[in-house]
Design a binder for this molecule. Sequence first.
Ligand SMILES: [Zn+2]
Length: 218
Amino acid sequence: MTYFDAHSHRRSADSATTTLVSIRITASTEVFETDGICTVGLHPWDVTSDWRDAADITEDLAQEELVLAIGEVGIDRACDALWQHQVDAFEYMADLAERVSKPLVIHCVKAHDELLRVHKFINPAQPWMLHGFVKGADLAKQCLDAGMYVSFGAAVLKESASLIDALKMCPADRLLLETDVDEIPIHEVYAAVANVRGITTEELCAIQQQNFETVFKR
Ligand SMILES: [Zn+2]
């Protein structure tokens, strides 16, 4: 069995786990190093007035073979970065993903209205994966209806009722799993999700392999 971790900030040492590592690119990024498959992008927390410099660096790296997606990028109303710069940078990153034909990995906090607006505006041909989903079924449905993939992480272990509702209603072919910054093995997330959805871990692994290959073309 292989476990797929669709978004993490460190690569699992476990040979049974395939990790897509998220690398934050900023205007001061000088060297790019990766020990495997990864994503590159300007995180909304890192957006400054010179975000275009970070965008140029991301653009140069976007074609690298080990770079499977642009991300994490997005919008976050709970952080200090200037809102208009965040929106401009996010639209730029979403457009870049289209130009290089790679999916987009999205960080979105208290900004789902704006996320849906940008999605409509870009009308992407590439898959969009909303990472670290912690909200309820209504919001999940809006993002799923727009065509996005939704990725769940360690929050599912806390068993918040609204998040569990969202997890239950997410179609199998739009579901992805991740550890993000949480230092737990991905198989614990798999076990919790398999339990909630009433399937075996083997079945969940097969679904995740299929989805991972569909979204990240691997
Ligand atoms: Zn992350």
